[in-house]
Each structure stands twice: as C-alpha cells, then as structure tokens.
Design a protein around this ligand. Structure first.
Ligand SMILES: [Zn+2]
Length: 416
C-alpha cells in the first residue's frame, strides 16, 4: 500500500515537472500602460532548456512559505497532506554512501531521470554521490526529511549549516533560504547525486565557510540600476520609475554602510545614465573590493510574480536561470567567474537578510550570464531584484519609503 502510494506520488511528481516546464501564460491586462523596458531590465519569466541530461525546470514557481533565516528545515513547498514521512536514524559517518535503509525504503530508485538511457549517463564523473561527499569528510549521511505528494526533501547537516535538496528539481535551501542549483538533483540506485558543478560552485563554498560575513576590504560600489533616459520598469502603483526607486534605495544603503565603516562609491547620485561598461570601469577606478547592483523586477503584464531574487554571474558549464534574449553560452567564461566561489556565499548571506527583514517571498539566489554589469567585474559581484513593480501588492510596498529603508537595512546587515 505504502509502496504503491509512493510510486504514484513520484509518477505525479514527474508528470508535474513535465507539465510545469511548458510555457507560462501571463494574463494580459489591457487597462494598464505597458512597462518601459530597456535591455537592462530584469525579467524572470524565461524558461531555460537544460543541456542533455539536465532535464527541464520551470523558472517561475510559487515560492514556498517564508522561512526563518536560521531555521535548518526549509519550508515545504506544498500544503498537501503528508503521504509518507520517513526520518532516518543517525548513520555512522563511515557508513558506505547510500541513504540509510529506512530512508532508502521511502525513495524510488530514480528521481528526475526521464529514460533508462539517461540513467546510464549518471555513472559518469559529472555526477557525484552526495553521501560519498559527506562520508569522506566524516559527516553524517543525508537524511530524508519528508516526502510529500510533490517533493521529497533531503537534509544534509554539516558544521557550517544545513543544506537541503528538493529531489528531482533545481531547488535547494541553505538554512531555509532558497538557492537555485545549476542542475536537478537526482536519485539513482537510491543514492542522491548532485552535478559536480553544483558541488564545486554551491556546496563546497557553503561547506567551507557557510554564508559568512564579508572579510575583505570594506570598499564597495553600489550601483542604482538604470538612470536618465533608461528608466527601467514602471511601477503599477503611482507610476513610479525603477531608476528613481533604485537611486533612493542606494542613497539609503550608502548612509548605513558608511556608518558601518565602509568606503562607498555610488555609480550615480542623481538621474543620469552611466553605460554598463562604464559602471565596470568605475568599480575598477574606485578600487572596489565588492560590487552590488540594485534593481526592481517586472513581469508586466503578468501581475502574479512577486518576491526577491539575488543574482550572481552564471558559473561556466551551467545554464542561466534567466537569459532574456541573450544567447546563453554555458561554455563561455567571463572575468567575474573567477569570483564564483566568493560571490555565491555572499549572495546567499545578503539574500537571507533581505527575505528575513522584508517579509517578502523568497525567489532564490540565481544565476544569469546576460548581465553586463556583473559579468565583466573583477571582484565578487551581485545584483538584487528587490521585488516586482508589476505586482499590485509589492508595488505598493516598494512605493513606501519605509519599505525601501528596510531593503537598505537588510543589505547593510548582510554586509555587517
Ligand atoms: Zn532593472
């Protein structure tokens, strides 16, 4: 009965993954004036095909209920009743790699694989056994936290924090904060597999230092997105422009960071447009150790999307989570890729702070390659999308100065 239920549950999971990788159909609203768009405007509704073996994953999903930043167990992405709950007992660190017997009994042999041929590919070195990675470090084996109708959640508790995986998807959580992996996690022969690039670019940096405070020189460039003739998105609340909102946010952040001993350089302090390449040069001339670009999002005419996203440059070998019209070439490296391992944990830290202090939905730490302002930077660099100006509720929140102060405080706290 239980086996039959689980088989059914995972068949449904696969079906849902296949269905959800199709097109999103935003609802048009003819009453509203279309948003102003520039090549720089971020939009998060592009579905990106994964490379062979990568499967398909939707980039727009309903965010799970808001996690507390320090909570080790991430939110369950559905309110469906628990079909089966199996918590594995502690396993000796030296136990061979497979999940503990009780956990393994709850897992189907394959998750996230669409054909037997595809399964065969995972014997290649591109994929790593999660439990082998853990056992070589003498850390406890992965543990199934819950199996719901739409997801199986596996926890990995290591000295620097808790890393959780929603099996068969690109969703992972660091201490409850959503992190979008480059590839779907897999279950093969009842062992959890992660792509070696996810191990190298995501798991290893977090295992080394967690989402640790910034320890480098306190010299930062804060970049208010857009400006001048490039207004960015238009808010559906009060016709406010993204360029004005990002400038206000940046000025608030500068005051806070200076109070914390940072040397802060703003790419603009009034309404003019600095070309993206010049923003990179500006960072160079400022001697900045760190770069952060501030934006607000829009999915107009779709008004549903909401929440905060934090971006870093896509590591070489991965597909981006958002591409826009850019031909996203995973083989092409950029200067900023030299800082992958330092940008990512910092992005997680700042994102964690933003979600906790703003109360907004968590759309995760993500990667994009098209962002000129990030990819040419010779320093850790990240870009924050502080909410959707196309969502009526979020647009109203962002229109309030007190909320923009909250967003500034959140980033300053992340940089404490
Ligand atoms: Zn923007």
């Amino acid at each position: 009965m239980r086996t039959a239920t689980l088989a059914c549950v995972h068949f449904v999971l696969l079906l849902q993954l296949l269905i959800s990788s199709g097109c999103q159909s935003p609802k048009p609203n003819k009453k509203l004036t279309p948003n102003v768009r520039t090549p720089e405007v971020e939009q998060s509704l592009v579905t990106v095909p994964l490379p062979p073996g990568g499967g398909g994953a939707p980039t727009v999903e309903s965010p799970p209920s808001k996690p507390a930043p320090a909570t080790p167990v991430p939110p369950v992405p559905t309110s469906e009743p628990v079909a089966s709950l199996s918590v594995s007992p502690p396993v000796s660190p030296t136990t061979p790699s497979l999940l503990s017997q009780s956990s393994a009994a709850s897992l189907p042999p394959f998750i996230g694989l669409t054909s037997p041929l595809e399964r065969d590919r995972f014997s290649a070195g591109t994929w790593q056994s999660l439990n082998r990675w853990l056992s070589t470090r003498h850390w406890p084996a992965a543990e199934i936290v819950s199996t719901h109708s739409q997801s199986t959640l596996v926890n990995v508790t290591i000295p620097t924090g808790t890393f959780s995986l929603q099996l068969g998807t690109q969703r992972a959580y660091w201490n409850g904060t959503l992190v979008q992996l480059g590839f779907e996690s897999r279950v093969v022969s009842r062992d959890v597999l992660l792509h070696s690039l996810d191990v190298e670019k995501h798991l290893n940096p977090l295992a080394t230092g967690g989402a640790a405070p910034w320890s480098g020189p306190r010299i930062i460039v804060v970049d208010p997105g857009h400006g001048g003739a490039q207004p960015g998105s238009r808010s559906i609340a009060g016709n406010l422009l993204e360029k004005d909102l990002t400038l206000d946010w940046a000025l608030r952040l500068r005051a806070l960071l200076e109070g914390q001993g940072w040397e802060v350089h703003l790419t603009r302090t009034n309404d003019f447009y600095m070309p993206l390449a010049e923003r990179v040069d500006f960072s160079e001339h400022s001697g900045a150790a760190l770069f952060i670009s501030l934006h607000f999002n829009s999915s107009f005419p779709n008004q549903e999307a909401h929440g905060i996203e934090t971006y870093t440059t896509t590591p070489q070998g991965m597909n981006s989570h958002v591409t826009r019209e850019y031909a996203d070439d995973p083989t092409r490296p950029f200067p900023n890729n030299s800082y992958d391992e330092s940008s990512f944990p910092l992005a997680v830290r700042i994102h964690q702070s933003l979600i906790a202090l703003s109360g907004s939905a968590d759309r995760g730490v993500r990667h994009a390659r098209f962002m000129d302002v990030l990819r040419w930077q010779n320093r850790p660099a990240l870009l924050v999308e502080g909410g959707f100006l196309s969502n009526p509720v979020e647009a109203l929140k962002i229109a309030a100065p007190a909320y923009r102060q909250k967003l500034a405080v959140a980033i300053a706290e992340g940089l404490r």
